[in-house]
Design a protein around this ligand. Sequence first.
Ligand SMILES: [Zn+2]
Ligand SMILES: [Zn+2]
Length: 567
Amino acid sequence: MDKHVELEHLRHSAAHLLAHAISELYPNTRFTIGPTTDTGFFYDFLAQTTIREEDLPAIEERMRQIASENFPIIQSCVSKEEARRIFKDNPFKLELINDIQDAEVGLSTQGSFVDLCRGGHVASTGQIQHFKLISVSGVYWRGDKENPQLQRITGIAFLSQAELDQYLHQREEALKYDHRKLGKELDLFSLLPEGIGFPFIHPKGNLILNTLKNFMRQLLYENDYQEVATPIMLNADLWRRSGHYSYYKENMYFSHIDETEYAIRPMNCPGAFLIYNTRPRSYRELPMRISEFGYVHRHELSGVLHGLMRVRAFTIDDAHIICQLNQMEQEITNVLKLIFITLAKTGFENIKIGLATRPANAMGSVEVWEIAINALKQALEKSGHSYTIKEGDGAFYGPKIEIGIQDSIGRTWQCSTVQVDFVQPENFDLTCINSSGQKERVVVVHHAIFGSLERFFAILLEHYKGKLPLWLSPIQTRIMTITDQELPYARNLRDQLKKYLRIDIEESSDPISAKIKKAQIEQIPWMLVIGKKEVENNTITLRHRDGTQEFGLTLAEIIERAQKELT
Ligand SMILES: [Zn+2]
Ligand SMILES: [Zn+2]
């Protein structure tokens, strides 16, 4: 059996097992639904008592007892009438039975426990071995606040103990190195009630974001991109023209200026198109590569906001390539190259590439979509990387390549996108005068390499567990002296090194051990320790974040090392 199906059956059966255990421990519980998740399962139910985190081990223990009895899991079919009789005391199941279109409904039976179910199980309860209950929370029936409040127990389940252990380890690491925690400890950013979902980036956090931006600016400059800056607010007519007003309105923020309706941009694209259209363009100007670090606002429900990972305002390293149809494939090939350079530089080696195709709500004809998808496929083939097809996952205006990066904890994050667009050139009447003097429709390729800079920053923090590499560290070097006697030497050193490194001096009169500890907590990669001996010999002791030390280095050697590591 396919591993995915096997896992699905296991997790689905684990949900029944959970309900079975709860039904024995908490009689008269009304069960609702118990679906599977990416890592396990949950079950929502209405119990007479409130179940707490500390009750989970006992429930898990009962699950193991039932599992050890190895009840066969029997799937059967009954009439709706019969099902209504079986679940007569459970209004939720009765509601679910009413929603079922077929004449008959499925039942799953293990021992004395019966559940409403379409099937897809392991053969017997004994096969459910590698699972764990991880949380209990409150939810509403069908997610509606007007409905009764339910309790949800969530569990994880895997095919082997090794996979379960690996997941638990990953989860522990993720909690330990949560970027929200690191952001606070390292004084990088805040999330304040005065602007829910709008991050406040502190000086050190901003140094990191600017380092990412500078890297990208240089890369794009070397590849003949031209950076622009366009307005954050544009009038509603513009958004009607771009299609966002009809396709994306619920995610946008609106305002009025004088009598005119305006919207804060959820995307940067129109700005680039309006600049392109400020004068007629010759085919000789194409491909035109327009980039912008665009600050966008997109509405998200407050419940899904998460640190810098999911926010309502963020910066996209956006670019729009306006080109002729026959230039598209070459441009996409080059964009992929830029993406791979960036991901290698930032320390991501495991990359997952997906090609998202035509969704149900697509604008534009099937033929035009096919041409675009083929160009993306060709570029991917040339890149030599493997990829998967994500059927129907494209945006409404074009197919795209999505690139996921795997972090050191083993999670995959989607970041870069390359998107072909045949629709906006129509909406904005983007044309060039071709070599035979005729007006010709052009093509747009949108791309973002980091994606959201704020989110990429958060991913980096968790990936490096707070220990950012030298080039990304906000303070790269700190000078610290054994006594105040060495301060003049230290200050001179700082002035000499300032040009090469982001550097500061610890001027407090704390003992050196305290100074070192403080720098370690701040995750500063290089500490330059200066004592009497260093002053006498005109040398420097370099102490690394991991505690290793190098003695007797000269200023020239430090400069050389910095230049080598930072280029
Ligand atoms: Zn089932
Ligand atoms: Zn765009």
